[in-house]
Ligand binder design. Structure first.
Ligand SMILES: [Zn+2]
Length: 198
């Protein structure tokens, strides 16, 4: 059961686009093989030449649900794929030298020009096909000026009852918005939201 190509890892649940990037050992450059590894519960991508095991794990995306003084929620209309033209919260991949709070603040400032203070974690959501885990903070807007960027075609503050449910980019965004609503505006939940999501 050796000599497997990295793409064979797809059947183990690694998305194909990710497996396609895992052909070679990052330590010695020899081909990675997918199969049993001693001491491991599941089959792994490993290097027969040096023994390196290439663990494949989701990456963390940190996001904020920025709330204005008036209690409105700031969303952006995405200027890039995936989800081009649809609404989402600001966020992005956590960098290796950041805390989750720092990453969430940085991404929010970069994407929509707002300075926020992350507060309560609204939720943590898996998007398995994208190999990401999305963390959503509620965040208080404390400064900055909302602005469009290459990443945001439009930045708009929505009243909680006016969230554009039918034009949301990702399920994880829908889940985060729904959980935020449940937290802060239970009177608006759930019938209208569930209907819009269907
Ligand atoms: Zn190696």
């Amino acid at each position: 059961m050796n000599g497997e190509h990295a793409m064979d890892a797809v059947e183990s649940g690694i998305p194909a686009w990710l497996a396609a990037t895992l052909n070679y050992c990052s330590r010695c450059g020899a081909p990675l093989r997918f199969g049993p590894v001693e001491g491991e519960e599941r089959q792994r991508l490993a290097c027969e030449a040096c023994g390196y095991v290439a663990y494949v794990n989701p990456r963390l995306v940190v996001t904020t649900l920025p709330v204005t003084e008036r209690g409105e929620l700031v969303l952006l209309r995405r200027g890039f794929e995936p989800g081009y033209g649809l609404w989402a919260q600001p966020g992005g991949f956590l960098e290796i030298d950041e805390t989750v709070n720092e990453g969430a603040m940085r991404e929010t400032l970069e994407e929509i020009g707002l300075v926020v203070e992350p507060g309560e974690i609204v939720g943590v959501y898996s998007r398995i096909e994208a190999a990401v885990v999305v963390l959503a903070f509620e965040a208080r807007v404390v400064g900055g000026t909302p602005r469009t960027t290459a990443e945001a075609l439009e930045v708009r503050a929505f009243r909680p009852e006016a969230i554009p449910w039918r034009e949301i980019a990702f399920r994880t965004t829908t889940w985060a918005l729904r959980d935020w609503l449940r937290l802060r505006h239970p009177e608006l939940h759930p019938a209208a939201v569930d209907a819009a999501e269907a």
